[in-house]
Design a protein around this ligand. Structure first.
Ligand code: C2E
Ligand code: MG
Ligand code: MG
Length: 492
């Protein structure tokens, strides 16, 4: 199974052609002969690594499957090098080639001599070895190759490969090279999606999962054109006065065949492409249009909050874009709050801080969403021009039954107060949870206890009914309520 190449991977491509170098060959063979041999080589091998190219890897794998004795099994492992394009973009071709060399030499050093090794595309490698699916010892050999890759670094540029790997077995998963490659690549795609550092085995369900996310991506684009998206609004209530401070705009998608698709499923898919910018525009425009409509109707809904994906913030002109959209509506930027989760913050602190400061110059309010789920430090938060901290629901759920959680939440609120941030408790469902959050000084709350997200029409009716309803939750009536600053509830 060994391909005929032993030359050092660090040599330039022409030197790795087996058994020949330009200098030697020119002295022995004519120029035509050399050209013919180079073309023959490049047709079969990847000149950078000396591994089989896609076509010949597939042919060799098919040949191997044909001569496989009865009862024997072959594992085909697909390896995606995830940071190759980034290395090229950031540091150029030398860095990208160094990374490829590191991957190729690590594979070569950690694979048996008879392994079939191929470079399938510029950033995808594959190898096939005889391993039984049921043999855990044998399978740990596959994992060892991945572990070695994850630990490899290039000496010159010090970039370690970021890799995701999947495996498919013959004959149990497939009996042709094409299917083995397809299935192992699906498993690698799943590994990439789940950030797995294991060689994931192909499972038939993966195809469905990938097809669904691919279908979803295509359907979201259509949904935006076909008016299948809508916004619901969920009130945020001041925990001292019981006033409605504003609402959060939450997107809903009703697919004509699939029915309701939850945002937790389609937002991450939209985030993988530029669709997320259209999704954001839809949320912002709907929120602004409704705010204007409420104001025409004489109801005062307070602030409106719109969710922003980390992927939106990567756009260079994001703040300018938001300013442009705001200018199209008769709404003050101070009535708009943008909710951003901590994800990007930890990924790229500098970019996150820069975007937040740019957005602040527009005059919008800024909130950190789902706080507490990502371990953001106090020192990082202090550098951001935030107005609000939304405490994630996982801290609120059952807080009345846990002294530890109550203490932890109390500390978060004290920290937020120190930074002059308004705190909002997410997902209050029980009266007891409301009680505790009031006792530990949380400024505002949102949750099913007050109201589930609702349509614009229902929200308008809710605002009218709320003064009568809030007494049932223990709030003072508007007449009884004392004067508090509805935005902060704290002395400035
Ligand atoms: P989020 O921004 O943290 O929104 C709060 C989520 O908690 C909403 O889920 C809301 O319906 C839910 N929720 C509110 N009160 C309660 C409660 O008492 N109990 C429980 N169990 N849940 C409660 P939803 O609408 O499914 O949205 C999920 C996430 O999807 C949002 O989390 C947000 O991250 C994202 N999302 C929703 N709409 C948009 C949007 O227009 N744009 C972007 N980028 N993301 C959105
Ligand atoms: Mg939110
Ligand atoms: Mg949240």
């Amino acid at each position: 199974m060994q391909q005929s190449l032993d030359a050092s991977l660090s040599l330039p491509p022409e030197a790795v052609i087996p058994g020949i170098s330009f200098r030697d060959t020119l002295s022995e063979a004519g120029e035509d002969d050399l050209r013919r041999r180079i073309i023959a080589y490049a047709n079969r091998y990847d000149v950078q690594t000396g591994f089989f190219n896609f076509k010949s890897f597939q042919e060799e794998l098919d040949a191997l499957l044909d001569r496989l004795p009865a009862g024997a099994e072959v594992a085909t492992v697909w390896i995606d090098v995830l940071n190759l394009r980034r290395e090229f973009g950031l540091w150029g071709v030398d860095a990208a080639e160094a990374l490829v060399r590191a991957v190729a030499s690590t594979m070569r050093n950690n694979l048996e001599k008879d392994a079939l090794v191929g470079r399938i595309t510029s950033n995808c490698f594959a190898f096939a070895v005889e391993v039984s699916k049921a043999d855990t010892m044998g399978r740990s050999r596959l994992q060892r190759v991945l572990d070695a890759l994850l630990q490899a670094g290039t000496t010159e540029f010090e970039a370690a490969p970021e890799v995701a790997a999947g495996v498919a077995f013959s004959p149990s998963d497939a009996d042709s090279a094409e299917d083995l490659l397809r299935f192992s690549s699906l498993a690698a795609a799943r590994a990439r999606y789940t950030h797995s550092t294991s060689v994931l085995s192909f499972q038939p369900g993966m195809r469905m999962l990938l097809m669904r996310s691919h279908l979803l991506e295509m359907e979201i684009a259509k949904a935006l054109d076909r008016n299948e998206l809508s916004m619901l609004f969920q009130p945020k209530v001041d925990l001292v006065s019981g006033e409605v401070l504003g609402s959060e705009a939450l997107m809903r998608w009703h697919h004509p065949e699939w029915g309701a698709v939850p945002p937790a499923e389609f937002i991450p898919i939209a985030e993988r492409s530029t669709l997320i910018h259209r999704v954001f525009d839809f949320s912002l425009r709907s929120a602004l249009a409704n705010l204007a409509r409420w104001s025409d109707l004489g109801v005062s809904p307070g602030l409106v909050s719109v969710n922003v994906s980390a992927a939106n913030l990567r756009r260079d002109d994001f703040a300018r874009h938001v300013r442009g959209v705001l200018a199209e509506y008769p709404i003050s930027p101070a009535d708009v709050e943008l909710e951003v989760t901590e994800t990007l913050l930890l990924d790229d602190e500098e970019l996150f801080a820069a975007r937040m400061h740019q957005l602040k110059t527009i005059g919008v309010r800024l909130a950190i969403d789902d706080f507490g789920t990502r371990y953001t430090g106090f020192n990082i938060l202090q550098r951001l021009p935030l107005d609000t901290m939304k405490i994630d629901r996982c801290f609120i759920r059952g807080i009345h039954r846990s002294v530890d959680m109550r203490t932890l939440c109390g500390t978060i609120i004290a920290m937020a107060r120190h930074m002059r941030l308004r705190t909002v408790a997410e997902g209050i469902e029980e009266l007891e949870e409301l009680d505790v959050m009031q006792q530990i000084g949380c400024d505002a709350g949102q949750g099913y206890l007050f109201q589930r997200p609702m349509s614009v029409g229902d929200f308008t009716a809710f605002l009218r009914e709320w003064p009568a309803r809030r007494a049932a939750l223990g709030f003072a009536t508007p007449e009884e309520a004392c004067e508090v600053d509805p935005l902060y509830g704290i002395s400035q």
